[in-house]
Design a protein around this ligand. Sequence first.
Ligand SMILES: [Zn+2]
Length: 81
Amino acid sequence: MLIPCPHCGPRAAEEFEYGGDASAPPTIPTEATPEQAHAALHLRANPRGPHRELWYHAAGCRQWFTARRDTLTHRFLAEAP
Ligand SMILES: [Zn+2]
């Protein structure tokens, strides 16, 4: 599988580390119980279809970037400008 690094171009997936969901960061209300805080920080949706993700090019330019990937096909999609 090739991952399109915006700095280096397409590179082998083995050069990258997955950084997780790139949508809005978790928010924890100040009055949240420990269980609610745990759920907000650690329980993530597992969407089917196009999804924004964080990737780190560890064996290349060592830059973080966001990419859209279809979780059903694993194909990377062009980012909207
Ligand atoms: Zn790179």
